[in-house]
Design a protein around this ligand. Sequence first.
Ligand SMILES: *Cc1c(COP(=O)(O)O)cnc(C)c1O
Length: 426
Amino acid sequence: MQASTTASTAQTLITQAENVLQANVWPELEAVQYHTFNRVMEAFRHHRVGEEHFYSVSGYGHDDLGREVTDRVFAEALQAEAALVRLQLVSGTHALAVALRGLLHPGDTLTVLTGKPYDTMESVFGLRDSYPHSLTAHGVHYVEHSLLEDASIPSQEGYVRLVFSPDEVKSIEQARVVYLQRSRGYSLRKTLTIAELAAIIERVKAINPAAWVLVDNCYGEFIEPNEPTAVGADLMAGSLIKNPGGGIVPTGGYLAGRADCVARAAEILTCPGIGSEGGYTFNLTRTVLQGLFLAPGVVKEALKGMTLAAWVFQALGYTALPAWNSPRGDIIQTLGLGSAEALQTFCRVLQSVSPVNSFLTPVPAEIPGYADAVIMAGGTFIDGSSIELSADAPLRPPYTLFLQGGLSYAHTRYALERLIEQLPSQ
Ligand SMILES: *Cc1c(COP(=O)(O)O)cnc(C)c1O
């Protein structure tokens, strides 16, 4: 009896949420999808994608027409002059590392303006452990500032400070590269919107027009009508097992931006002399292009699911950032679950409603590149894919869960029905 009452309460809550979201939030998501889809579609037509592009050239991969057209289609779809889309990029971290090493020489200054970077980037920058090929080990000067101010009330979004301190101005003047991380990653800082990125980049360029602005665009693709490269970023990078792979690309990353910046990064990914002109495509070009074609729709489905999660968890008395009706700059929904136990319950239930490995129980574990033990849930078709419905939570106070993805809204709804039944209201 108890369970069925709870189940029908869950249904009622979700129906209520859907009525509100349908009236207030989802029409805007549809509008953004249509906008970004138009750009993707035009890129396919403009670059005359044809069946002949679906075949890979073995060996060096020289003159692989599919690889070349993929770079051009991605560039246009992401509002950039050039792009480098490669299955040889192992992850978003690798794509960003290649970008950084392509732009920086020993003695150069790298100025981060978005505070502590995403966990896996710390090793790349040389902030954690001592790797012989971290940026600092290569003689790059690392300077970190944060324009992201916490809100005084923990349940509210923080804000972005656009007035720079004298120290920040000095670091920007000295910078070869100014680095901006768009998404919050595993932190409680605010995610930058494109308007905020645009404002920061404009001020940076006014202080130092020669500095290259590099944006970590992970989780940000197709969330808003414009990408960072449309508002002054010189280079950006991301992962193909997140938004731009549409949930079907099995591996890889991309870089997009100014042609000279992309070329410098390509020289690091391969070597001087080869740059972007080599690299086998494993007969996956069709999948990569199809993933891009699907991406605007998949991102919208994920966002619809995240707004539902925010609404119902807020209704149950939990904190949700962003709130259901706040602007979004990435596909992540944080839920303040308040205890290690609630995190584990959430992850256990989420795992049990995944299409793959629903019978497994997630346990906290040390993950290479991450500082704290992390519990992860999400039986995804592509291992580690976070455009598929998944949750991660570092086991540290204040016990915030990071929920993301969802290839279809129906899946997130299905999961939430069961999650609500297992997590008591606060
Ligand atoms: C996912 C992500 C990365 C890169 O992570 P990978 O797992 O290496 O793809 C970097 N920065 C942010 C903000 C991210 O969300």
